[in-house]
Design a protein around this ligand. Structure first.
Ligand code: ZN
Ligand code: ZN
Ligand code: ZN
Length: 177
């Protein structure tokens, strides 16, 4: 048995608490639903419905994708998980995880998060637009990670040098004055 990270030990406790809360609200909790819940609570960060299905199937081979989707929707209704849209589609994480904004590289799929401070200042900037209050946590900000950005810029420079695209003065990098 591999060493369990702290979050796994917390998860064991939490599964019981959440199951009790769900039963109180009239949800029927099958062993499949309980296994799905356990998998989500054990995960730090994001998990896709496909990953949940694959992992739960190791123990309960009869679990299918639609049970997983329905259970995740149920868990979202009661506020245990939230979904966010990343490059690969919707992913779930525990609601109790700190609020964060996702950055996703559209070229290599690398993911990063903005810090809480960065999120706050970004919200402030957008809020100046007629008081709009953005929910930046729901969709990832798509773009290029630093490495892809360098690679794309290097490729563009190579093409420019090779004369495949007209330079139009962009190569004339003179200093100020
Ligand atoms: Zn996230
Ligand atoms: Zn959504
Ligand atoms: Zn990248």
């Amino acid at each position: 048995m591999p060493h369990l990270p702290c979050s796994s030990l917390v998860a064991v406790d939490r599964v019981g608490t959440v199951v009790a809360m769900l039963r109180e609200r009239g949800y029927r909790i099958t062993p499949q639903r309980e296994a799905i819940l356990g998998e989500v609570l054990r995960t730090d960060g994001h998990i896709t419905p496909q990953d949940v299905t694959r992992r739960v199937q190791r123990r309960l081979p009869a679990v299918n994708a639609s049970t997983v989707y329905r259970t995740l929707a149920m868990l979202e209704d009661v506020g245990v998980v939230r979904h966010a849209h990343l490059e690969r589609g919707a992913e779930y994480h525990r609601t109790e995880e700190p609020r964060h904004v996702h950055l996703a590289c559209s070229r290599c799929g690398a993911e990063d998060d903005l810090s809480a401070d960065e999120v706050t200042s970004l919200e402030r900037v957008i809020g100046r637009h007629r008081g709009f209050a953005p929910d930046l946590t729901h969709f990832a900000i798509s773009g290029l990670c630093a490495r892809c950005r360098l690679e794309v810029e290097a490729a563009t420079r190579r093409r420019t040098r090779a004369g495949q695209t007209p330079a139009r003065g962009r190569t004339a990098r003179r200093g100020p004055g």
